[in-house]
Design a protein around this ligand. Sequence first.
Ligand SMILES: Cc1cc2nc3c(=O)[nH]c(=O)nc-3n(C[C@H](O)[C@H](O)[C@H](O)COP(=O)(O)OP(=O)(O)OC[C@H]3O[C@@H](n4cnc5c(N)ncnc54)[C@H](O)[C@@H]3O)c2cc1C
Ligand SMILES: Cc1cc2nc3c(=O)[nH]c(=O)nc-3n(C[C@H](O)[C@H](O)[C@H](O)COP(=O)(O)O)c2cc1C
Length: 452
Amino acid sequence: MTHSPLHWICAAICVGLWLALVGWTIVKVRRELAAVTARAAALGQTATDTVLIAYASQTGTAEELAWQSAQALSDAGTAARPVPLSELDDVALKSARKVLFIASTTGEGDAPDNGSGFLRRQMTHSAALPNLRFAVLALGDKSYDRYCAFGRQIDAWASDSGAKPLFPRIEVDNNDPAALTLWQQQLAEMAGTENLYAWVPAAYDRWQLVRKVHLNPGSPGGEAWHLVFQPVGHSPKWEAGDIAEFALPSDAVGERVTREYSLASVPADNGAEFCVRLMTAPDGSYGLGSGWLIRDLAQGDVVDMRIRPNRSFRPAPSAAPIILIGNGTGIAGLRAHLKVERKGQAWLLFGERTRAHDDFFGEELKAMQAAGILARMDQAWSRDEGDGRYVQHLISENARDIERWIDRGAYIFVCGSLEGMSKGVHAALETVLGEERLQGLTDAGRYRRDVY
Ligand SMILES: Cc1cc2nc3c(=O)[nH]c(=O)nc-3n(C[C@H](O)[C@H](O)[C@H](O)COP(=O)(O)OP(=O)(O)OC[C@H]3O[C@@H](n4cnc5c(N)ncnc54)[C@H](O)[C@@H]3O)c2cc1C
Ligand SMILES: Cc1cc2nc3c(=O)[nH]c(=O)nc-3n(C[C@H](O)[C@H](O)[C@H](O)COP(=O)(O)O)c2cc1C
């Protein structure tokens, strides 16, 4: 049997191509393995043995629980590491043996900002995770229609991906202590100990109301008040972005109702300051918390309050420029950031109803501009004749400058109402920067929101 040279050339090309394909596949698999190993090393010890505690948190509660859970497990001899859900990629998921998900739900059944990237990247398809064991602690509030929606979604996705539950999902309604105790018991069982360090919620501290100023007399909007409290017998520490939890006076059954407010000051200010809106129902009755703080409390009264770290709204690195965006009482969380000494420039975009009555902390902000603390300030007055703009309009009008600041590494902070403001601001930022870039900023922690 004879073959023409053409046949031999064709055969050689086929064999060459086949060898190239095999070689390329080997290199690819090796690279992937190397990536898994490198990532595992970066995760500390033998990453496979370390329990990952992946948290998604909007206002700090889930994040705090993740750190406490990690501490308790580590104390019991089980290596554990908290990690924001945004940082949990394919490689980490596939190299870990156990992942505990601690996830709150925000908005209307939505993922917190540091979970939205994971939802988009990982949860749109089931992953192959047959070697993974997992558990879910879902935080939520039964007063919302879509109770614990994001935690439930994670649970369903992990099961669909072939991961095996360590124990059934635990749902926590409004910080229910019984559910949190159950979580701690499960962790103890996992760590094989009966003496797991049992953390308890931080105790309330005593604070005295020392100043109370009506910020917007004559406003067409609800009353807003500046409240200043000083610590009684303790030396509190907190950072800009943190949240205060007030315990309202107990009712007849002794149940403790709480309300949360963004801190408008830093410890150097010598007091915990707030900007609180009086909520009024159509029948004229006041909101429980705001009515109590504004109508019932008098200067000199002492209350129970504790401060919760809210790491995902804390200050940006000092050298980075910051863009602060908000409306109404959202000025509180933004003002705290302006109190932090920093090298990067700050730009405030703020909206309220009228310049004449709602220019909250107006004199102080002007002084900050004069001192160079605030490089730029733009305001929108929705009820003023000739203006009629909301804060999101300021974003569209200054699109080029927003882009320039982001190009220079700026962080965006948004504080204030979820419905009335943050959705409009988000849409305006998406138009200016593009959906992908805004998601990238969210994942990188450069788009931070304290919205309620
Ligand atoms: C992280 C975070 C930070 C926050 N920061 C701030 C802040 O800096 N400043 C601020 O002002 N708020 C802030 N809030 C909101 C605050 O926690 C409270 O939700 C707000 O003050 C309203 O609480 P309330 O007890 O006064 O009203 P609630 O008693 O809870 O009532 C809520 C609403 O229902 C209405 N309502 C009550 N009873 C009735 C009824 N019978 N019929 C019809 N309607 C009724 C009330 O008028 C009100 O509009 C923040 C919230 C969160 C989660
Ligand atoms: C603006 C806002 C929206 C919320 N939306 C929901 C919701 O849709 N479903 C739910 O179960 N809980 C909802 N919650 C309750 C939170 O999930 C709950 O307070 C949780 O403990 C917050 O955890 P975090 O501090 O880690 O974000 C919402 C809370 C806030 C402040």
